[in-house]
Every structure is written in C-alpha cells, then in structure tokens.
Design a protein around this ligand. Structure first.
Ligand code: ADP
Ligand code: MG
Length: 370
C-alpha cells in the first residue's frame, strides 16, 4: 500500500492521539570524543522529525514513514521485536528497550515525517528515536525525563539497531535547542546550555560524498582509541590530559596521532565554551579551524573533497571558521558566519565546489535569504 503524502487519518482511518517532535543536530566541535568519554558541543537545527501516534488494543504496531522510498508502511507485534536490517529497526528498538525497562508497550499506529535529511550526518536517526520515545511517553503517561529519553534512544540505536554510536546524537535530539549549544560530558551525561552569539549564524553544507566503508572506518578508529588508552594505562582517552604530550608522542603510529586528536579536541570543546561565554567569535572560529586540521591530519577522517569545501568556506569574508562536522569520511561541514551572511557564503562555496566535475554540494542549514 502506498502511503506517500497521506495524512494519519488517510493512512490509518482514525484520528491522531498524540504528536511529538525532535530536531536534528549539528555538532559545533568535539568530534570522535563521545566514545572516548569526552565532551561534545552540538546544537539543534531547524529540521525535525514529527511522530503522530494513536494506541491500538490488538497488540499490532503499524508504522508509516513518509521518508523512505517516498513512503512505506511496515508492522510488527508488540513484544515480538526482531532486527530486520530496515528502518523499522529504529522503531522496534525503542519499543524493545522500553519493554526491557518494564513498560507494557501496547499496539499503536504511528506516522513519521521528517525534514531532517536521512543519512547526511544531521542525525535523522536520533531525531526519529527521540520523537518516537517522546510520543510513547505522552501516549502512555510515562514519567521519564529528557536524559532518560536520550538513554533509551541510545540503547535502541546501539543495542537493537546495532550501530556503534556514542550518546551525543540522542542527547542533542532530546535536550538541545536552536539558540544554545549543548555542552555534554558524555561520561556522566551532565549537560549545560550555552547561549549562541546573536552576531553569528551557522552554515552547514553537505559535500555529497558518502564513503562506502564509513562504518568500518569508524569502528577502526574506535578500536585504535581503545588501544591507545590501554597503552597509556587509562580507562578512556578522556582521562589523558594535554600535558601528557610526551607520552602520547611515544605511542606507536598511528595511535599517537589518534590520541592527540582526541585529547586536543576535548580541550578545544572547553576552549570553545569559554570563547562563547566571552563572545569571542574570532577565537571560536580559530578553534573550528584547528579542529578541522586535527581531524584531517591526526584522526584522518576527512577526504579531499571535504577539505576543499572547508578551505573554500574559510577563505570567504565574514567566516570566522569552518570544519568537517560528524563522523567524517565525507559528510558535511559547519561554518561559523557573521549573521546575515550565511546564504551568500553558502552560495559561494557551493559554486566553487561545483567547478570540479561531478561535485555537487547542498546547503542544509543557513539558506536561503534572497
Ligand atoms: P543520520 O542519522 O546521520 O541521518 P543514520 O545512518 O544514522 O544517518 O540514520 C539514517 C537511518 O535512520 C535511515 O537509513 C533510516 O533507516 C532511519 N531513519 C531516519 N529517519 C527516518 C524516517 N523519517 N523514516 C524512516 N526511517 C528513518
Ligand atoms: Mg544517525
């Protein structure tokens, strides 16, 4: 059955009971620090996932999404979750985790619609998981706070879907808003909201490059970090401070570079928070640029096309700084831009990027004004 463009009533033949939303996110700084127990600094983007839901009394769970193949509908029975390697796993993950926590999850119908682009590094997955968990919280009257929602969403993605992700995305989808940056200590999940400066805006541009081995490379980086931490005699790289420079330098390559990225990146997150508090956009921009160099040279998660995009953004007037955001091996860049200039800078970098054949970049956040 096609559900393309249909409203909840048209798909399920009855009215919506609850509605919940959660945003996508962009990470400002603090990349590959989350699974090392460190700090991250994401913020919410305007794009969101919306989940409409109504309970059923026959134990059937029917889900329609508007975002996969132009619309798709799948179902399963409450309590009979099993991984299928499909988008439905994100939904099954949430109900399985809730059930594991003693919640009697009934049947329900749900309609999903998202403006977060899927698979572009803006965390459509976490926004879907958090919106679903919020809808279930509302429908079942559960007393679960927003950190707990993030934990449930993380367990669903990590344990059920089987994606080796840290906790940043789910925390951001659950707790971030567009006017603040969310400083998260990923070890304790303690968080703090830091106001974003009114004089700047964010530009996010997708490079269009997707790396077919991205998840394998991500796992390799995680394993390297674990080996580096073990060699340094600490539980996680978070526990190494920057003054341990010499000890890091004595690690065998490439563990020395991997550890140096994590340790310096962690320090850059705290420096970025200080710069935000001081309203020092120049300093914040320098930290973006330094973060990019570290991801490119030490952590080796950038690719030439993304480096070009970053450099072209950095070279534009009214840009404080730019860097690869997200896990890397392709994906998107984030630039800190003088307010009112993001649309112009976005057009300029997209145009410059397209001068190389077969390259097409897309502005995801910061467009358009004209
Ligand atoms: P990202 O989170 O960066 O967008 P992921 O690969 O982590 O990329 O998550 C994308 C996957 O999440 C999709 O392939 C799909 O399985 C699932 N997903 C996200 N949003 C939706 C949606 N609106 N409807 C159905 N599935 C979704
Ligand atoms: Mg994701």
């Amino acid at each position: 059955m096609t559900v393309n463009g249909k409203c909840f009533e048209a798909v399920f033949g009855r009215p919506v009971k609850v509605l919940a939303e959660a945003p996508g996110r962009v990470n400002l700084i603090g990349e590959h620090t989350d699974y090392n127990g460190g700090y991250v600094l994401p913020t919410a983007i305007p794009q969101k996932t919306r989940v409409e839901m109504a309970p059923r009394d026959d134990g059937l769970i029917q889900i329609a999404t508007m975002n996969v193949r132009g619309g798709a509908q799948l179902s399963y029975r409450a309590g009979e979750e099993s991984r299928r390697g499909l988008w439905l796993d994100y939904v099954q993950g949430v109900t399985a985790v809730l059930r594991g926590r003693g919640v009697a999850v009934p049947g329900f119908d749900a309609r999903i619609e998202s403006t977060v682009p899927l698979g572009s590094g803006l965390s459509s997955s976490a926004s879907l998981l958090v919106a679903l968990a919020r809808a279930l919280r509302a429908m079942l009257g559960l007393s679960i706070d927003d950190v707990e929602i993030a934990r449930i969403a993380h367990a669903a993605e990590h344990d059920f879907v089987g994606a080796p992700v840290g906790t940043m995305d789910q925390m951001a989808a659950s707790l971030a808003d567009e006017s603040t940056a969310l400083l998260i200590d990923t070890r304790t999940l303690a968080f703090e909201r830091i106001p974003l400066p009114a004089e700047a805006e964010l530009l996010v541009v997708n490079s269009g490059v997707t790396h077919q081995h991205a998840s394998g490379d991500y796992k390799a980086r995680r394993a390297e970090c674990e080996r580096a931490a073990a060699a340094l005699g600490v539980p996680q790289l978070r526990d190494v401070d920057e003054v341990a420079e010499q000890r890091i330098a004595s690690l065998p390559a490439p563990l020395d570079r991997r550890a140096r990225h994590v340790v310096t990146e962690n320090a850059r997150v705290l420096a970025a928070v200080a710069a935000l508090r001081a309203g020092d956009l120049g300093r914040l921009g320098e930290l973006f640029n330094a973060s990019h160099r570290s991801m490119r040279d030490d952590f080796e998660v950038s690719v030439p096309a993304v480096d070009d995009l970053v450099e072209s953004a950095q070279a534009q007037p009214d840009v404080f700084g730019a860097r690869l955001t997200g896990g890397g091996f392709g994906g998107s860049i984030v630039a800190l831009v003088k307010r009112g200039c993001a649309a112009r800078v976005g057009r300029a970098v997209v145009e410059a990027y397209a001068r190389v054949p077969n390259r097409r970049a897309t502005v995801l956040v910061g467009e358009p004004v004209s």
